[in-house]
Design a protein around this ligand. Sequence first.
Ligand code: ADP
Ligand code: MG
Length: 366
Amino acid sequence: MSVRVVARIRPLLKNEIDKDVIVTAASNNESTKGSQIVRIPNPKNDAELYSFQFNSVYEQETTQQELFDNEVSPTVKHLFNGLDVTLFAYGVTGTGKTHTMRGGKTLADRGVIPRLLSAIYRRCRKVEKDSQGDSKVEVAMSYYEIYNDRVYDLFEAPEKRTAAGLPIRDNGGKTVVVGLTERPCMTLKEFEQLYDQANVNRSTSATKLNAHSSRSHAILCVKITQISEEHTLVSTASAIDLAGSEDNRRTDNNKERLVESSSINKSLFVLAQCVEAISKKQARIPYRESKMTRILSLGQNDGITVMILNLAPVKSYHLDTLSSLNFANRTKKIEVNEVENEPIFRGPKTTSSLTGPTLNRQPLRA
Ligand code: ADP
Ligand code: MG
């Protein structure tokens, strides 16, 4: 299966006006519901429109609930069947990545992450109930950021960080961060407390583009361990809020900021190169050239990947929007194998251990 790529166009902000809207959604087929096409003019010739096709395109008025119901909710059952799920938000600073992933404070404004956790806990209860006490599900989280190609545990206060950050290592085909804190969180409330506390530690600094621009990649991993008498099945949901993909030459940064910028750009640049290499089926994919791409391992990890491409609708983002669209267009072509994590069996395998819900492979959406 390919990476599922969906675009989300954010609504206009207070200082933006209708007249400046250049990004629109369209449907490629009257009979299908919703939109699949993003239209944007050629910057050199307004009369010419470029079209980009995605699995789905969400327009300005799309609610957090709708986005979650359509794109994230369907992955939860696969997660519990043993597939790893990766969700990531890509886009220019100010296009709604953090709004999409984390969201606002009100219930209606909650983003994909708190909604995902809420769905996970609901499913945990169901699994435990359906097994009549035979199965138990444990949930634990880790949360870290990659800043200047260094990995920092977001459960550690910034003043406690070592400058070099945490090392990463290959472990049976998966890239792991060595020494990362893993916190059990058995209820939504527990999760939210830990998540909010860790977000305070996230590096932010003001830029001309966005006063609270995040200049790091934030990676949340939620590990689900389903334990029954016969086996243990571990799967992971990762939600990634990438740093802004803008061209930093526009932001007129001071020197220190420029170092950050070039490093953020480097990892996104390597990501783009990986995507390019994978989509052209090249033998060498330059994963190892940045920590973010090693960890993300697009197309190497088995499981389900959904990329949300966040877009601002207005003219001031024109060139950056085009480069995001081109990036996403290549991402679509990446194949991901749907291989489930193997349950770890205890004792001899019996037929009963093969009939659990974890081994019922269900078809995925195209
Ligand atoms: P990013 O993380 O990509 O830099 P933000 O998530 O911080 O962008 O969004 C930039 C601004 O736009 C914020 O003020 C945010 O509240 C607002 N915003 C983004 N998406 C939406 C949306 N779908 N609905 C309402 N406001 C949004
Ligand atoms: Mg952000």
